[in-house]
Design a protein. Structure first.
Length: 687
């Protein structure tokens, strides 16, 4: 946008930044990170103050990078709105997706959203604002006229409330009834989940009061307390809360079951995870507060059904959610359980710190490890049966300041992609990969950072090559998936069985195809190159950022350029990018800036997609992943270039001259295909 200047408002280098730009008469503030910490909130307050003093009376805050809001930042927004109204100005909020949008609706700040965002989060209107509850349910297609007539008849006979009759008859769910009540009473309705209540605000009321009244304080904005309740007309309860907190109560409708689940959890600070705690929440109270040093008590607790149920539930939930890793880590005051889903970590539970040693011991028992050894790292393997299939878990523990952290790598064979046609490659890249695999000898390298799907691509390649006529041998650390006919071997560095040593012996086993899990050092690299030169097809991985990095890394390891140029037949760089959640995806037109940036001027109106955030995707807007690739076959010209020990710039220039589809170009193409977003591509491969 012409005339737009961007400055950093934060006063200290370590403080969060608020990007400040101006287009026309509108000033735009864009927080670049979380707004939960005090310094971040003060940075926003300072940025707004700078707008007032500069005479900027129309301000829009872009919340695209903000995942959660607390009571303090909500007070800043409320104050900013009032300050701008006093000078005939206006405050607006943009890109408030998922939980952030729901929070704004809870505290009645959703009028600051753009009209499209307000409509997306609102319940459909009814023609008559004074409509009766039955009319609202009818207008929304929840019940029919015959059911309304029956309910009215029952109400006249029994005196019960109409809404309760609908629920008892199972004609509507409690959530549907509360949504309709929200329309009738002009009250917001929310589905309680992590982030929709401020833990500090929950403490304003004693746990006894909360449990007795079946209410949950959500946020406090100045002297207004936003209170979740399933009884919007429970005035005695509201008066008791007002007397106790000296705040005005603003009811927010939520299902009673959800409120009870939060209220009855072991600690109200913990995240709302009823399906993880359903079988064990009551029994957790038996833990002694001094159990950290009592090894016998820990072992007894680890063998008890509450901890067994909790561990089993965690593993089952991780498999259901498609998590690749489970992190169980101790802190100063509480433990934390996080799932890595689609490459990012999400906190799902916060058990009491007293339970952490018992959880670790239970997992060690399952992995057949020494539960008395708490000072040294340990590795093991667990196999479980869930949902009718076997799932392998790779166990790793690491002692830390507050106890042992455990990471479980989830290896779900049912989720493994063992077909090259399902790797997500475009047609040209897939054809090139197949051509590389069809060679009888040579070195194929797959590159990318940890967790980018390199091993999956190699397994798919091996499955493509697998036949009874070929001797295929793998060297892995560890073996992740078992393949029929393939001879798979595991390295054990602790006894000297390294990649290089195993590879030497494998070459004496008359192999046709060798897969080396990873080339880490010079000896393995040299043996792999020699194997490729002596009639073997060798597949391996490298930890580099792109295809160019594979060549420079091999040369830096000490492989002679003349050997590498003769042995290497292709390089595949890849990443995994998150795909937009199908449950909450929305479309929008690309801005003029994006059209100009990616040279889409001749494409007409460019439609892109993004996710608003929902319960299905942990409010991220993404669910699932797809691979993007950069496939480079080694042709005569590139062989000649490698002979000259080229620099990175020389190799990059070669790719440009050959018009190789880079990771970024492939990613942008996926965004144009409505699979992912431009923001996700920038996050993964850079801008």
């Amino acid at each position: 946008m012409a005339g737009t200047a961007t400055v950093t408002v934060a006063e200290a280098a370590s403080a969060p930044t608020i990007l400040h730009s101006r287009g026309g008469v509108v000033a735009r503030l864009a927080p670049t990170a979380s707004l939960l910490e005090d310094d971040a909130i003060e940075a926003l307050r300072s940025a707004l103050h700078n707008c007032y003093t500069a005479g900027e009376t129309h301000v829009v805050i872009d919340l695209a990078s903000v995942q959660l809001l607390n009571s303090k930042v909500l007070e800043v927004l409320r104050d900013a709105e009032a300050a701008l109204l006093r000078v005939s100005g206006q405050l607006g909020l943009a890109n408030a997706d998922g939980t952030v949008g729901d929070i704004l609706r809870v505290v009645r700040l959703d009028h600051l959203l753009t009209s499209s965002e307000r409509r997306a989060g609102a319940m459909p209107e009814v023609p008559d604002k004074k409509a009766k509850l039955g009319d609202i349910l009818l207008a929304h297609g929840v019940v029919g006229e015959e059911q309304i007539e029956q309910a009215v008849t029952l109400q006249q006979k029994s005196g019960r409330r109409l809404g309760q009759i609908f629920i008892d008859k199972r004609w509507v769910t409690e959530a549907e009834m509360l949504r309709a009540l929200g329309v009738q009473l002009s009250l917001p309705f929310v589905q309680l989940r992590p982030g929709l209540y401020d833990a500090d605000v929950v403490e304003l009321l004693g746990s006894a009061v909360i449990q007795r009244l079946k209410i949950l304080p959500l946020f406090k904005v100045h002297d207004t307390l936003y209170l979740a309740t399933s009884e919007p007309q429970a005035m005695p309860s509201f008066r008791e809360v007002e007397d106790s907190t000296q705040c005005r109560v603003a009811p927010v409708l939520a299902a009673r079951e959800e409120i009870v689940s939060v209220v009855d959890s072991a600690a109200l600070h913990q995240n709302y995870v009823p399906d993880l705690l359903a079988e064990v929440d009551e029994d957790f109270e038996v833990v002694d507060h001094d159990v950290q040093g009592d090894h016998e008590a820990i072992d007894q607790l680890a063998a008890g059904s509450p901890v067994i149920n909790l561990v089993n539930s965690l593993i089952q939930r991780a498999v259901q959610e498609g998590a690749s890793d489970i992190h169980i880590e101790p802190g100063r005051n509480q433990s934390r359980v996080r799932f890595r889903i689609d490459g990012l970590l999400y906190e799902v539970m916060s058990p009491r710190i007293e339970l952490h040693p018992a959880l670790v011991s239970r997992l060690k028992i399952m992995a057949n490890l020494d539960i008395a050894e708490r000072r040294l790292p340990q590795d093991g393997r667990v196999q479980v049966q869930t949902q009718g299939r076997a799932v392998d878990l790779r166990f790793s523990s690491l002692p830390g300041l507050y106890g042992e952290k455990v990471v479980l790598r989830v290896l779900d064979k049912n989720q493994a992609i063992l077909d090259v046609n399902k790797l997500g490659m475009n047609d040209a890249n897939l054809a090139t990969y197949r051509q590389l695999l069809d060679n009888s000898n040579g070195l194929i390298l797959v590159t990318g950072p940890t967790g980018s799907g390199k091993t999956t691509s190699l397994y798919a390649g091996l499955n493509y090559l697998n036949s009874i006529e070929k001797n295929i041998v793998t060297i892995e650390d560890p073996v992740e998936y078992q393949l029929d006919i393939v001879n798979q071997n595991e390295v054990h560095a602790n006894i000297g069985l390294t990649f290089a040593k195993v590879l030497k012996h494998v070459l004496r086993q008359d192999p046709d195809i060798v897969m080396v899990g990873e080339i880490r050092e010079k000896e393995t690299a040299e043996i792999a190159v020699q194997a490729a030169l002596t009639g073997h097809l060798v597949l391996s991985t490298l930890h580099t950022n792109d295809s160019v990095g594979a060549v420079t890394r091999m040369l830096d390891m000490g492989v002679e350029p003349y050997l590498l140029s003769s042995a290497m037949i292709g390089v595949i760089a890849q990443r995994l990018v998150r795909t937009v959640c199908s449950n909450c995806r929305t479309t929008y037109l690309a801005s003029p800036e994006l059209v100009e940036r990616f040279d889409w001027q001749g494409a007409g109106q460019v439609t892109l997609v993004r996710g608003r955030g929902c319960g299905e995707c942990y409010d991220s807007g993404y669910r699932g992943r797809v691979a993007i690739h950069e496939v480079v076959p080694v042709e005569a010209e590139l062989q000649k270039l490698v002979l000259s020990n080229p620099s990175r710039n020389d190799l990059t220039a070669y790719l440009q001259s050959k018009d190789i589809v880079t990771l970024r170009r492939d990613g942008i193409h996926r965004a144009r295909q409505a699979l992912t977003t431009i923001e996700e591509i920038s996050r993964v491969v850079g801008s």
